[in-house]
Design a protein around this ligand. Structure first.
Ligand code: HEC
Length: 194
């Protein structure tokens, strides 16, 4: 009898483990993407330096490095940007300023905030299809039809990659742990005084 209970318990644990892994596969949205595709996407993302702008940083003995827990979750909603000192930006002056995370950028375009590229459905790109991802990077417009993507996002260079490469990059992002972080909307530049 004890042996039977033992077998049942083991079977139960195994089933729960199986269920959990199904949920994970669902959660990661990477179903269908082969491990090779995801690995190549990771490789391209490393080369593309996406983490430089899209991940908040933590201090290390070698200076700021991407925070592995919040990797690719964009400019943190809790991090307020300081006011831009008057007269710093302009022609013949500084072109851009950035914060210590390299996730917020001020320039003639106003202030832009690096997007959350994790598959969180509400605040990241979890609701984006592969097609939306490709259209965004190829057109330089949000989802291919929306507003113009602001500097310093190097969409033109990234969007000129082969479609297969962009699909690999998408598959890699979809395989990440979703991080809930609502990145703020860009701040428009101040209107020139009349
Ligand atoms: C130099 C900084 C920088 C680098 C490097 C960078 N990004 Fe961005 N990215 C940004 C900023 C800033 C935004 C927000 C732009 C805006 O709000 O218009 C952004 C936005 C995006 C968006 C969202 C666009 C939208 O319509 O919402 C995607 C997707 C994206 N980046 C992908 C990538 C990928 C993939 C890489 C690497 C291959 C990358 N980025 C590298 C700064 C950067």
């Amino acid at each position: 009898m004890r042996a039977v209970i033992g077998v049942l318990v083991v079977a139960g644990v195994w089933m729960i483990a199986g269920l959990a892994s199904t949920v994970n596969a669902e959660g990661s949205k990477a179903k269908g993407a082969s491990p090779e595709r995801i690995a190549r996407g990771k490789y391209l993302v490393q080369l593309g330096g996406c983490t430089d702008c899209h991940s908040p940083k933590i201090m290390s003995p070698n200076g700021p490095v991407p925070d592995p827990i919040k990797a690719f979750s964009g400019h943190q909603e809790s991090v307020k940007v300081p006011e831009i000192p008057k007269g710093v930006l302009g022609p013949e002056k500084w072109m851009a300023l950035t914060n210590s995370d390299l996730t917020a950028w001020a320039g003639p375009w106003g202030v832009s905030f690096a997007a959350n590229l994790t598959p969180d459905p509400a605040t990241g790109i979890g609701g984006w299809t592969e097609e939306m991802f490709l259209k965004t990077l190829k057109s330089g417009k949000h989802l291919g039809t929306g507003r113009q993507i602001l500097p310093p996002m190097p969409w033109a260079a990234i969007g000129s990659l082969k479609e297969e490469d962009l699909k690999d990059i998408y598959a890699y992002f979809m395989s990440l742990k979703p991080v809930r972080n609502a990145v703020p909307q860009p701040i428009p530049p101040p209107q020139p005084a009349h």
